[in-house]
Write a protein that binds this ligand. Structure first.
Ligand code: ADP
Ligand code: F6P
Length: 313
């Protein structure tokens, strides 16, 4: 039996650990593991090779087998090319590490007859079928490092720091960073954004003698530099905005992400070995779980209610 693995969509720390787990667990079961380089794009270009043992990579960030975004993968003719390439190489199952877009691609390939397994790899934590995605913990800690540093300088200048973090469809990075970084305000799609309320809260805090403040906001909600200017003019705090950007996607994965990646990667291959196919693996309430990929994609995304505790902190 031959299996292939690819990474797709935005890279995430821990993807290499997940690829390593898939490759090694496949070898453990006596299968021949293959790598597809550069995600779905590499697949249609036939970049499929026998996997190396994948040594010295559990600690590396990014994805060594590369990734891509290929919007044309939504077209059946393009996916047919992918299927033909997999068949040419005698691949019996494809393991896709990525976010929900990548899951959609895997679902459609599975409907065309290629057994697929999906493993949640994205910093955004936006996959409903798992409590945590591979990469989220590392990105959170990268953000925290920046928040702690910005706290030093905003405290020294008695300023407010507005910090924009990633999370295209999910505010978890902002919410978790807000709680663990001791922010005064978190703004995400889940919390809603009422600019006047933000301005009034900061003004009130300033009047009560607060020395500095931290506001964490998810990308794509408002222009953070314009918001900083308004806070500056209204609240009494001097204010600066910082967009953390792609630095959040890099770095060596945390221990939690390495364990998550190793567990989910081996679990997915074990499911294949037990005769199952077209499964999305996840980690829910401390257990490894699997769902049909279409079922996983239909699950309503859990909205973190954790931001509600911030009022009490
Ligand atoms: P992520 O997997 O991190 O959510 P994207 O949303 O960019 O990242 O999706 C990664 C890739 O998955 C896309 O570039 C595309 O190749 C494929 N994909 C996304 N949506 C679909 C879809 N509806 N049908 C088929 N393939 C898709
Ligand atoms: O999917 C992860 C993510 O980092 C999002 O949070 C962000 O919006 C997006 O990728 C950025 O993607 P790109 O690499 O295209 O700039």
């Amino acid at each position: 039996m031959r299996i292939a693995v690819l990474t797709s969509g935005g890279d995430a720390p821990g993807m290499n650990a997940a690829v390593r787990a898939v490759v090694r667990c496949a070898t453990f079961h006596g299968y021949e593991p293959y790598i597809v380089y550069q995600g779905y794009r590499g697949l249609i270009e036939g970049k499929i090779e026998k996997a190396p043992r994948f040594s010295d990579c559990i600690n590396s960030g990014g994805t060594l087998i590369r990734t891509s975004r290929l919007p044309e993968f939504k077209e059946i003719e393009v996916r047919q090319i992918a299927l033909d390439k997999l068949r040419e190489h005698g691949i019996d199952a494809l393991f896709v590490i990525g976010g929900d877009g990548s899951y959609q691609g895997a679902l459609k390939l599975s409907e065309m007859g290629m057994p697929c397994f999906t493993i949640p790899g994205t910093i955004d934590n936006d996959i409903a079928s798992t409590d945590f995605t591979i990469g989220f913990d590392t990105a959170l800690n990268t953000i925290l490092d920046a928040v702690d540093k910005l706290r030093d300088t905003s405290g020294s200048h008695q300023r407010c720091s507005v910090i924009e973090v990633m999370g295209r469809r999910c505010g978890d990075l902002a919410i978790f960073a807000g709680i663990s970084g001791g922010a005064e305000i978190v703004i995400t799609r889940e919390t809603g954004f009422n600019k006047q309320e933000v301005l009034d809260t900061l003004k009130d805090a300033h009047e009560k003698g607060k020395q500095h403040a931290i506001v964490i906001i998810t990308e794509g909600i408002t222009d953070v530099h314009a918001l900083a200017k308004e806070i500056n003019e209204y609240s009494g705090f001097g204010c600066r905005a910082t967009v953390l950007g792609h630095v959040q996607r890099g770095g060596s994965p945390t221990g939690i992400d390495r364990v998550l990646a190793s567990s989910l990667g081996t679990y997915a291959v074990d499911l294949f070995a037990s005769g199952l196919k077209n499964k999305a693996v996840g980690y829910v309430n401390g257990q490894l779980v699997n769902y049909d990929i279409d079922e996983a994609l239909k699950m309503p995304r859990k909205v973190s209610e954790l931001y509600k505790i911030m009022k009490k902190l």
